[in-house]
Write a protein that binds this ligand. Structure first.
Ligand code: ZN
Length: 303
């Protein structure tokens, strides 16, 4: 079952000073992050985004009925025989202190929880990775995750337990008998609920490569903007930035910086490929129904 996808929805704030709850739009959150807004109750800089009390994922019985999402550069997420040590060079293994240390490190990596969230959170996550983690032109995949109907959800919800790179040890958030723990996101789809879970909680996944092919409307050619890419290389980069920024300006404010940076035109890139990629990235946010329709076409892979 799909939940409503709305990147621009209002957010609930909770003041840590006076306890006041209030609803704001994303522009307010943006100004607040720049310390230009304060709590309307006490005037302090203490409010923080909190859970929407009407979030349907708060209903334990419905958690397993919803579609959950994940974005990854891994083509076979969640990888079955995940061996994080496999990619380590002999030199790295020596520097880590030898094989025993490497095994212990690999065990810790395998003990980490997987993360799934709303569609919005998955897209936020991908944009952040494209910007921050040198994944600029990596192939990304959107996964739609079906949970096992028998999944046991931890009561209530946790405050975002990760250190922002997703390093949550599964056993620490899911005690024995519990398969998944809800947590409040601060950074990706702020105010939304994500799940930390083990591989065993997942029934199946559907996968599409993103951006989707053929999403490009060609409008940029019609306006002659792409033709201007035939200009000297130095002005191409400027134009690429202008186009990226103008698209970014049409997105919710909390995605604009990340999008503009993810869509930055790199010198030497093929302009048409860049335009297609950037336009496809934009559509992930602007037109999620196409993504869901593409996912519908994919055979579920049992996990
Ligand atoms: Zn207050």
């Amino acid at each position: 079952m799909e939940r409503l996808i709305d990147f621009s929805r209002d957010r609930q704030m909770l003041c840590g000073g006076c306890g006041r709850r209030f609803v704001v739009d994303l522009d307010w959150v943006d100004r607040w992050e720049q310390t230009k807004e304060t709590c309307p109750g006490c005037g302090m800089d203490s409010p923080r985004v909190t859970l929407d009390s009407g979030d349907p994922a708060l209903d334990d019985d419905r958690v397993a009925q919803f579609s959950w999402y994940h974005t990854s550069t891994q083509p076979d997420w969640p990888t079955r025989a995940f061996d994080p040590a496999a990619v380590l060079a002999p030199e790295t293994r020596r520097m880590m202190g030898g094989e025993q240390r490497v095994s212990a490190w690999a065990a810790r990596q395998r003990a980490k929880a997987l993360h799934v969230g709303t569609y919005e959170a998955a897209v936020h996550n991908m944009l952040r990775r494209i910007r921050d983690q040198a994944d600029q032109r990596s192939q990304f995949y959107v996964y739609r995750v079906r949970l096992k109907p028998s999944v046991v959800v931890r009561e209530g919800w946790l405050v975002d337990p990760s250190n922002f790179v997703g390093d949550v040890v599964l056993d620490e958030v899911c005690p024995p008998g519990v398969d998944a723990a809800r947590y409040l996101n601060y950074h990706e789809d702020p105010g939304g609920l994500s799940l930390a879970l083990g591989r065993g909680a997942i029934a199946s996944v559907q996968r599409i490569a993103v951006p989707l092919p053929d999403t490009w409307d060609g409008g940029w050619t019609a306006t002659g903007k792409l033709a201007r890419f035939m200009q000297p290389p130095s002005s191409r980069a400027v134009l690429g930035r202008e186009l990226g920024a103008s698209l970014a300006g049409r997105l919710p404010v909390n995605l604009q910086d990340q999008f503009a940076s993810a869509a930055a035109f790199a010198e030497g890139e093929d302009p048409e490929q860049w335009a297609r990629w950037t336009s496809g990235l934009f559509d992930l946010i602007d037109d999620p129904t196409r993504v869901l329709a593409a996912l519908d076409q994919q055979d579920p892979r049992e996990v």
